[in-house]
Ligand binder design. Sequence first.
Ligand SMILES: *[C@@H]1O[C@H](CO)[C@@H](O)[C@H](O)[C@H]1NC(C)=O
Ligand SMILES: *[C@@H]1O[C@H](CO)[C@@H](O)[C@H](O)[C@H]1NC(C)=O
Ligand SMILES: *[C@@H]1O[C@H](CO)[C@@H](O)[C@H](O)[C@H]1NC(C)=O
Length: 342
Amino acid sequence: MAVLASWVWVLIGYLSAAVAENSNPSSLYPPFWEDTSGEISGFALEDGKYIINPWVFTDRMGLYKILLSKTAPYFAKYGPENEQNLLWGLPMQFGWQYRTGRLVDPTGRTTCGYKTFDELCVSVDSWWADVNYFLSVLPFLAAVDSGILGISSDEFTILPPPLDESRFCYNVSDCKKLVGEIMDSWTTFFQYMQLPSSDFDGLLQHLWAAHTASLEYPISVFADRYAYYSEQEENFEQNWAIAVNYIAAAYFPTTLNRTNSFQKGLPPRVLYDTDIPPFIANFTSLQNKVLLSLTALGDIDELTGSLSLNAWKILMSSKFAREQFLKVFEAFLGAPTSNINS
Ligand SMILES: *[C@@H]1O[C@H](CO)[C@@H](O)[C@H](O)[C@H]1NC(C)=O
Ligand SMILES: *[C@@H]1O[C@H](CO)[C@@H](O)[C@H](O)[C@H]1NC(C)=O
Ligand SMILES: *[C@@H]1O[C@H](CO)[C@@H](O)[C@H](O)[C@H]1NC(C)=O
């Protein structure tokens, strides 16, 4: 267990080893953030309903902006400019997927997502886009259902993708039927947020519970997508899905700055078969090390069954241990400790 713990420690340390050095928060925002309104009225109105197409990058990002804007009051006490909003992790990761070419049609059958053709298209054949659907549309619908957005579910329509329509859901009642557990876990998060007694640690706990609950269904249902990728990218996808559980157990605080730092360790483009870490040309040494660590973690997890994750969860179950972890981690970063005003 000690060996395992240090591995994961190292992994998460690497994942965040770079420090955000940008000079203003807006430079950290995900692509097209400033181009979406943060209001449901920013979507086109047709026959009295707002039309949302989550297979268009800016539409899906628009859902995130509504979520971030409407939940800002609940994070205001933790820092200015909504920087401490823990929902930042989601649009930031979606933005990373876009920038690194992970939302394009991996089969090459269409021009969906390719620069100069259909740049804003989000491909239903992209594994990343499919999994992200359950981390964007689902939290949005649960937020609508919990009342936190002040939007009613009959005000808008969510459009289906061109393929595999039945693997997704499009409204509150439909999603409760298809993936009730995902809806429940996000609803729990949004309800907790509105409690006067909610605190940062509790928010993290509920957020990560909802995040991990959202992955089980898409990861099994979209396993057919792996075939569209190189073996290296497929391994990365699978190891990433495993690593998320470890990051979740440590309650990684997915604020704007921390998520930004974290992303510097992630591969800047889709992997080819010839990309063998730690020797990938044009990747930073951090990016190479992260990939290597992810492979190691995936191997350990597979070798030990669920044992290693359980051991890690036990280790991380005390707030003291998690605090120690973050300290080590920030010392590793050489970053100023703690949040704001420091
Ligand atoms: C929800 O979506 C399902 C499937 O797309 C549809 O059959 C149903 O009428 C929708 N319900 C509402 C309330 O819009
Ligand atoms: C690395 O970058 C150089 C210069 O930008 C480029 O010519 C080369 O093809 C890249 N190598 C790989 C493996 O991507
Ligand atoms: C986040 O990063 C921005 C830009 O580097 C910085 O101005 C701000 O103080 C940071 N905020 C926190 C809470 O660390």
